[in-house]
Design a protein around this ligand. Structure first.
Ligand SMILES: Cc1cc2nc3c(=O)[nH]c(=O)nc-3n(C[C@H](O)[C@H](O)[C@H](O)COP(=O)(O)OP(=O)(O)OC[C@H]3O[C@@H](n4cnc5c(N)ncnc54)[C@H](O)[C@@H]3O)c2cc1C
Length: 420
């Protein structure tokens, strides 16, 4: 095999699993020039971000250093930010130089889309990065500290009102975890806080939460949230955030000091800026082999790829397990092309649905089998810890879950430069 240059952009699920599968499939005598470029030198396990933000997992444990991946002598890693992808010139311009390629996997993921929010106050947070998780936890602890000194009950309630915008699976997982953190873990350490002043609200624009989910699982989740005191506002949008309040549907004012925004995403602008056809949120269209239409050797994977679900004719929703499965096909197809062998198509299968609902409940479906509550949560924990790359991180995450159940969640405020 001659020295073909393979560039993988991004160290998320799509990028990391493409690299892993590729390295594992290489024969001894095969030595392509594989380089991963990413702005973080770790793979972030995003499905556990809400648990890191709510103190049950130490944030560092959901970040796996790329340089520790097995087979590290067979690839290069460059920590740099991608500035431009020039498909015509077959090169990628980064903050640490320009790289040319024979094969490209631009797996730069997506970002939270806040374009519908008119004003954005300091207390609005997104949940995408490790820093986001740390800032959210700090902020929640900070409002508790401030509320504990507040004699005015109205002001205390305002400080202790938490609004989550977006009732997709990320918003539901986040609000359920937030509720457990705030109502079960935190409040008992603040004697001067009246628990009745805590208000947690989930705002969803459509007429149901997690609309793509099996209806029975959706109904169970809705009931669980309402039984645990979460106010669910359907057919509603957060339209603005102003000092000490948020605005719903451009009319209703809700006094609040925390808005967690998980309502929709847009594709990384570096992808959307490529001179190529993209869909309305910037995803590139890929064929059955996950190759970008009209650009042989360029592959789409994960959140950046628009792959049509043959059943619904809709693009597949952004999911970690989708990115992981697509990555296997991308790795295979690049190596097959170099070896002169035939490529494999990607077959979409949505075998299972699983959503966590706080520290001791979840919902799960596999074909006709449905599980609710603790058994589903145990399955969630084992499924997600298995997907985490690296034994060290996996053991630390499992340890964190066990210790937080026994000793409680972490409630320390970590001073950050901008929060001091
Ligand atoms: C809070 C949260 C919870 C989630 N929960 C679940 C869940 O329970 N189940 C599930 O299936 N999915 C979940 N997801 C979705 C899942 O994480 C994504 O679908 C998956 O991460 C997509 O993988 P990706 O490789 O396409 O993108 P990402 O994982 O986002 O990776 C993008 C990579 O590109 C890097 N990057 C970005 N811009 C640049 C640049 N300019 N230069 C260099 N590098 C760059 C980033 O640092 C990152 O390494 C969740 C996502 C979030 C944010």
């Amino acid at each position: 095999m001659n020295k073909k240059k393979i560039l993988i952009l991004g160290s998320g699920f799509g990028g990391t699993y493409t690299l892993r599968h590729m390295i594992r499939s290489l024969k001894r005598n095969e030595n392509p020039d594989i380089t991963m470029i990413s702005d973080t030198n770790f793979a972030l396990f995003s499905p556990l971000l809400h648990e890191a933000a709510m103190g049950s997992i130490e944030p560092r444990h959901i970040a796996y250093p790329i340089r520790k991946l097995q087979g590290r002598s067979r690839f290069n890693f460059v920590q740099a930010s991608v500035d431009k992808i020039d498909l015509g010139g077959r090169k990628v311009i980064t903050t640490r130089g320009t790289f040319d390629y024979d094969y490209l996997v631009p797996a730069l993921g997506s970002f939270p889309d806040m374009s519908t929010l008119k004003h954005r106050e300091k207390f609005v947070f997104t949940l995408k990065t490790l820093l986001d998780a740390i800032l959210i936890r700090n902020h929640i602890i900070d409002v508790f500290e401030r509320a504990s000194m507040e004699k005015d009950q109205k002001r205390q309630q305002e400080l202790l009102t938490f609004v989550v915008a977006g009732g997709g699976y990320t918003g539901v997982q986040l609000v359920a975890e937030l509720r457990d953190f705030v109502r079960v873990s935190l409040v008992k350490f603040y004697r001067s806080i009246n628990p009745k002043n805590i208000r947690i609200m989930l705002v969803e624009a459509s007429n149901k939460i997690m609309s793509e989910l099996n209806p029975k699982l959706g109904a169970y989740s809705m009931k669980h949230l309402m039984n645990t005191g979460v106010e669910v506002r359907l057919n509603s949008r957060v339209t603005s955030s102003m000092e000490n309040h948020i605005e719903l549907n451009e009319e209703e004012i809700v006094p609040a000091n925390t808005l967690l925004w998980v309502a929709g995403g847009i594709i990384n602008p570096r992808i959307a800026e490529m001179d190529i056809d993209t869909d309305s949120i910037g995803r590139v269209f890929v064929d059955n082999n996950l190759e970008v239409n009209g650009f042989p050797g360029v592959y789409g994977v994960g959140d950046c790829a628009n792959f049509e679900n043959p059943k619904t004719h809709q693009p597949m929703p952004p999911r970690a397990h989708t990115a992981v499965r697509q990555a296997k096909i991308v790795a295979h197809n690049i190596l097959a092309d170099i070896r002169g062998k035939s490529k494999k198509p990607y077959h979409y299968s949505q075998d299972a649905e699983i959503v966590s609902l706080g520290s001791s409940k979840a919902i799960f479906r596999y074909h006709g089998l449905r599980l609710y509550g603790l058994p589903a949560r145990l399955l969630w924990l084992s499924a997600y810890s298995t997907l985490t790359p690296g034994r060290y991180n996996r053991m630390r995450i499992i340890g964190d879950w066990v210790w937080s159940k026994i000793f409680g969640r972490d409630i320390t405020y970590l001073p950050m430069p901008e929060q001091k």
